[in-house]
Write a protein that binds this ligand. Structure first.
Ligand code: PMP
Length: 453
């Protein structure tokens, strides 16, 4: 097994008691060939030479040679409590052996028990679930519900947002990178992004939240009939590069939206399930209660499942017709979802996200003091971003340098994400079982990687 080299100068990955299995599947070259020949060319891979991952254990991943990596991206913010977490795995296997599938046309206790556990985590009147299979589907449904409930059509989203890749959520998404030249987004208007680093009003402006909320009011008054169906926002932008809004922005904007007849939709696909450390849901950090919450990714620790949670009154709108989702809320997904919630509580996963996230943030701030390439470090808990700029005054995005740091970190054993509209933000969103030792190792590796640019 070729563990990361142990030469004296290299940062040392914390020890971990797990022996990966000897990999016996198709070779690296064969896996690459299969992909190139038979998968859509629209798929991209990270790194000059893509990494092949064949095994995972908690916060670590293994390639086909048995080399271990620290996972700083959790399969795009999806593995919440740890790769192959033993309890989640046990639950899945037990349910697989008992009953794999029925739909909601029959009674099964799992879906109801799960809905009860999930809504127990929700404030106010957010007590009704609709289970689906992906974040895009959840947002599609939320969009339709908002329109049906309010009787209005126009919807406000944010520039730099990501809400999915389906026909309707491409319209909600606010980044050219992800928008095809097709008819999408009819009735959707994108407000100025409340990004205090890149936007016209920064953190030093006392009324920054108010100014961005006024932009939403202006958009409603000028681009819509004055009455809207709703407002969509992630509670920290994920794909857009860990953008955190001014503290009072959502509170003020929700007020504006509700005054115009709209409902407020929080996309918690990345930020939910304790990831922000301080709160279970991202929206709670802004002291607001949405009318509809969408969630996916971390909800199933990697199992494909998602949900829309809303009030009984809003949920009632779908009863006007039949609406059906074949796999949504199936016995396996429901059992896994419930176990994930139990593990989060029992293992103090949210508290760990707060503790380890704070350690990472301290480390990143130190890196910012050392490396001029870093323009901004931001985020909450284990939802963090480091934005790279060629020059701190012009804030010109340092995309190539970001790719270099990303590559070197991988060479040193740490996988992180990258993103942002300009591809110049390192995204650090590991499984939430990351330890303080892992955090220190990651900071050391990034320090090396920045120094090497
Ligand atoms: N919302 C957000 C905030 C996301 O990050 C994503 C996925 N990156 C989605 C929605 C769409 O989720 P999915 O890929 O499961 O459709």
């Amino acid at each position: 097994m070729s563990e990361i080299q142990t030469d004296a100068g290299r940062p040392q990955m914390p020890p971990f008691d797990h022996q990966p299995r000897a990999y016996a599947g198709p070779s690296y070259d064969e896996a690459l060939r299969l992909r190139q020949q038979h998968l859509t060319p629209s798929l991209v891979t990270y790194y000059k030479k893509p990494v092949m991952i064949v095994e995972g254990a908690m916060q670590y991943l293994y390639d086909e040679t048995g080399r271990r990596y620290l996972d700083g991206f959790a399969g795009i913010v999806t593995v919440s409590v740890g790769h192959c977490h033993p309890e989640v795995t046990r639950t899945a296997i037990e349910q697989f052996q008992t009953l794999q599938h029925t739909t909601t046309i029959y009674l099964h206790p799992n879906v109801g028990e799960y809905a009860e556990a999930l809504t127990a985590k929700m404030p106010g009147d957010l007590k009704v679930c609709y289970f689906v299979n992906s974040g895009s589907e959840a947002n599609d449904l939320a969009l339709m519900m908002a329109r049906l409930y309010t009787g209005n059509f126009d919807v406000i989203g944010l520039r730099n947002a990501y809400h999915g890749g389906s026909t309707s959520t491409i319209g909600l998404t606010g980044e050219a990178t992800w928008k095809y030249n097709t008819a999408s987004g009819f009735g959707i208007h994108h407000a100025r992004n409340p990004d205090p680093y890149r936007g016209p009003w920064g953190w030093d402006d006392e009324s920054v939240g108010e100014r961005y909320a006024e932009e939403v009011a202006d958009l409603i008054a000028t681009a819509t009939p004055g009455r809207i169906a709703g407002f969509f926002a992630e509670t920290i932008q994920g794909v857009g590069g860990a953008v955190v809004y001014p503290e009072d922005y959502l509170k003020r904007t929700y007020r504006v939206v509700r005054a115009a007849g709209g409902v407020c939709i929080a996309d918690e696909v990345q930020t939910g399930f304790g990831r922000t450390g301080s709160k279970f849901w991202g929206f709670e950090n802004y002291d607001v209660v949405p009318d509809i919450v969408t969630m996916a990714k971390g909800i199933g620790n990697g199992f494909p499942m998602a949900a829309v949670v809303t009030t009984p009154e809003i949920a009632q709108t779908l009863s006007a017709r039949l609406h059906f989702n074949t796999f949504g809320g199936n016995p396996i997904a429901s059992a896994i979802g419930k176990t994930v919630l139990e593990v989060i509580d029992r293992e103090g996963v949210q508290e760990n996200a707060a503790r380890v996230g704070a350690r990472l943030m301290d480390g990143f701030r130190t890196l910012k003091d050392k490396h001029d390439l870093i323009g901004d470090v931001r985020g909450k808990g284990l939802m963090l971003g480091i934005e790279l700029v060629k020059d701190r005054d012009s804030k010109a995005p340092a995309k190539e340098e970001c790719a270099q740091v990303h590559e070197t970190a991988k060479d040193l054993g740490v996988l992180v994400g990258k993103g942002g509209l300009h591809g110049n933000v390192l995204r650090i969103k590991p499984p939430m079982c990351l330890t303080l030792e892992d955090a220190d190792f990651m900071v050391e590796v990034l320090d090396r990687a920045f120094a090497a640019v």
